[in-house]
Design a binder for this molecule. Structure first.
Ligand SMILES: Nc1ncnc2c1ncn2[C@@H]1O[C@H](COP(=O)(O)OP(=O)(O)OP(=O)(O)O)[C@@H](O)[C@H]1O
Ligand SMILES: [Mg+2]
Length: 476
């Protein structure tokens, strides 16, 4: 009774397991298959029970196990007809050293495999995207001339390089002399329209009544004083290229609305003309003014702002990237050298002054100061007295130099400091004698001036010990 109960329990347990289980005898006849097996493999129990695997599936791994007597562990099979991935483990059953049958366990791993495959695809995609990203990190050659390694500055350049590849309108923001135009040129040179011209319009330098004809040109006889044959405007000149609207924040509201119309309609007429001219130009604009504030105050059109400001690029002022000072100075000094053939260096005092200066005129100011000082300097090293007079008010504070340098140049500075001067190098003989003397005295003290003990500590013979005492003039 007990035995029957146990068999019932074992049978029910096998039936309840979620992995497929098949038991065969030594002739491969299926003596048991649980419901999970029939479910996983999509077969009916009455179709397989008591039948031999060798007849149902002559290539089954189970037959190999019966033949070799060795188990097959975790074998993965793809059952294409069922669109299923299965992992099977087939173990021989022995009695008294003889094979009596096999038990096979089948796990449906389709879902896990699908996840694995999806993961592999994602990994491949991530790898591809990473590679693409690495590529964009490298700036186009047109950016080579732009000096600077400051983190924020390089980020702005990276954004500019990305924007260059698209046709979107770019707005370059930054104080006077930070290099807005330099960046605009690099963007144009790296863009799809690089073969076309880049035409600059300084919107602040042109009186409002002239700006319109400057931008759009005019027909002959458009107004009194109009040139014979009319005039081609900057928009036409920039056809298939870039129109660089410098100081766009200084444009009058009237001009702003005319500009907006052209951008929206992609065509315009010359002043005094009726023939519409199609425009195909990429617009890069630049300003040092707070456009958002101007929009709030109603002196800059919001709609134009959004049209021009598709990709805003902020260029940091020099006082926020003083870690680039040395690099920039070297750049401008080598430019001077090309011009004059003379090499100059900057003294430590001048560097201190430079690090303490706020540079309101940014890179342009630095460029001018370097040029000025090379003109004033008769020797090779530029000293504080060679700087423009307004620098006499800038204080010298060696510590601030260190503070600023610590960001980027610390390592290089450190290396420079580590290089000893020739006078610092001792003669080897003297140095060795010094070390020997110190060591012998140390040994003597440790041995409480017992000489035999001291020579033992030093690991030298009695003879050499006494010779050293004499040579080094050590009293005992
Ligand atoms: N990163 C840089 N590397 C080398 N030279 C630079 C860099 N930035 C600016 N310059 C130089 O500094 C000067 C000023 O640059 P640029 O005219 O582009 O500034 P800007 O922002 O347009 O100034 P502004 O607002 O006055 O128009 C130029 O002579 C330019 O060559
Ligand atoms: Mg400029």
């Amino acid at each position: 009774m007990e035995k029957i109960n146990n068999e019932y329990l074992i049978h029910s347990a096998l039936d309840a397991i979620h992995d497929g289980i098949v038991i065969t005898d030594e002739t491969s006849r299926i003596v048991y298959a649980n419901p999970a097996y029939t479910r996983i493999l999509g077969v009916r129990l009455d179709k397989i029970l008591n039948r031999k695997v060798s007849e149902i599936e002559p290539t089954a791994s189970l037959l190999t196990v019966l033949k070799t007597g060795k188990p097959i562990l975790q074998e993965r099979t793809r059952v294409d007809s069922l669109n299923m991935d299965i992992v099977s483990t087939i173990t021989p059953i022995y009695k008294n050293g003889e094979i009596k049958g096999t038990v096979a366990i089948f796990k449906n791993v389709t879902e896990a495999m699908e996840l694995t495959r999806a993961l592999q695809r994602m990994e491949g995609l991530a790898h591809y995207l990473q590679e693409e990203l690495e590529k964009t990190k490298e700036l186009p050659h047109s950016f080579d001339e732009i000096v600077g390694r400051n983190h924020n500055f390089v980020e702005s350049l990276t954004l500019a390089a990305r924007a260059a590849a698209s046709d979107t309108n770019v707005m370059i923001r930054g104080e006077n002399g930070v290099g807005k135009e330099v960046i605009a040129k690099a963007i144009h040179a790296a863009s799809n329209v690089c073969r076309g011209p880049m035409i600059r319009v300084n919107c602040s330098a042109i009186p409002e009544n002239l700006l319109e004809s400057e931008l759009f040109g005019y027909e002959e006889g458009a107004f009194t004083g109009a040139r014979k044959g009319g005039k081609v405007g900057k928009f036409e000149l920039a056809q298939d290229g870039t129109l660089f609207l410098d100081e766009v924040g200084d444009m009058s509201l009237l001009m702003q609305s005319k500009l907006l119309r052209v951008i929206q309609e992609k065509e315009f007429e010359r002043v005094g003309g009726t023939r519409p001219i199609k425009v195909n130009v990429r617009i890069i604009s630049a300003t040092n003014r707070n456009l958002e504030q101007m929009v709030r105050e109603g002196i800059f059109r919001e709609d134009l702002y959004y049209r021009l400001n598709v990709v805003p690029i902020f260029v940091p002022p020099l006082r926020e990237r003083k870690d680039d000072l040395l690099l920039l100075i070297e750049h401008f000094l080598s430019q001077q050298k090309e011009k004059t053939g003379k090499a100059y260096h900057i003294s430590e005092d001048v560097m201190q002054i430079f690090y303490n200066h706020d540079w309101p005129g940014n890179i342009r100011e630095l460029q001018n100061v370097v040029e000025y000082s090379t003109v004033m300097c008769t020797g090779e090293v530029i000293q504080p007295e060679h700087l423009p007079p307004y620098f006499s008010a800038v204080k010298r504070d060696p510590q601030s130099v260190e503070r600023i340098l610590s960001a980027n140049h610390q390592q290089q500075e450190q290396e420079d400091c580590d290089i000893p001067s020739p006078e610092q190098v001792p003669r080897l003989k003297d140095r060795v004698a010094e070390v020997e003397r110190e060591t012998i005295i140390m040994a003597l003290r440790a041995a409480r001036y017992n000489k035999t003990e001291a020579m033992k500590l030093l690991g030298i013979s009695r003879k050499s010990f006494y010779r050293k005492l004499k040579e080094l003039d050590i009293e005992t």
